[in-house]
Design a protein around this ligand. Sequence first.
Ligand code: DGY
Length: 322
Amino acid sequence: ELDMGGEGKPTVVIMFPGLQYLIDHDAIESRFTILKLWEADDRMAFFKENADKIKGLVGNASIGASAEVIDALPNLEIVSMHSVGIDKVDLVKCGERGIVVTNTPDVLTDETADFALALVLATMRRVCAADRYVREGLWPLKGDYPLSHKVSGKRFGIVGLGRIGSAIAKRAEGFGCSISYYARSKKSEYAYHFYDSVLELAKNSDILVLSCALTKETTHIVNRDVLNALGPDGTLVNIARGPVVDEPELVKALVEGRLGAAGLDVFEHEPQVPKELLSMDNVVLQPHAASATWETRRVMADLVIRNLEAHFSGKPLLTPVT
Ligand code: DGY
């Protein structure tokens, strides 16, 4: 049983509907008063109405604790994120207010790295286009047969060699690819080739996979020059965050054939997807799904709840960001 300091159950806002499929409601509701943000018509009005009670927030890759939300909640103590990425949390403001932030590192590393390779393979081997070809009854040969491109042995570039980036590298090694990377600094623990700019990495890669965090420095780090350097035979895969890529430039590069192909799990203005991409067979589109397996999302949800419980019972947090 949690010791709530005699103040009753802490009020926690769950900001997105997906969590409800992953948690044991009775167990959670016995510990917290849960408010569901997505049931509110006007989010800021909802926060203002419940401002005094709210002590915890649960966000994810699409919604978190912005400065405006934090300012509206004078008693907020913890933001427990159902994601490893924390770009939706104003960390500076949380720091100033002494609000603790937790996320879900490690538990989704394998899943996300698996998915990066799935996107490389699906994109280069035109798996989705070939599937459409069969479903549309074009086989045997009534339309253009979906010839694709080889993955094994290609030059594999990775932007960001953190937990997920290095797990991607390990998998790509299994395909006989030569591995290079760009990161803020060289990582002595890996023998992979280091480039000190994304542009140089792109010039020397057939496949460029983005697995860095979204920060001021990485926003639009993949620009027109990088896309041109990757070139008409190159493939871009983004499992990081949409704004890491200058999306209008990406669309132009694909439309003009200056970039070979793209596998995209994330977009600059999710859930909006640029309409030009919808008809392209050399593009694979996914709904920000890299960590979205039952197995991993349940473990992430459990970590979210355990961090809240730890905080409200004065125990050490399991996975604090700050
Ligand atoms: C993350 O964890 O940051 C993913 O983008 C969503 O699970």
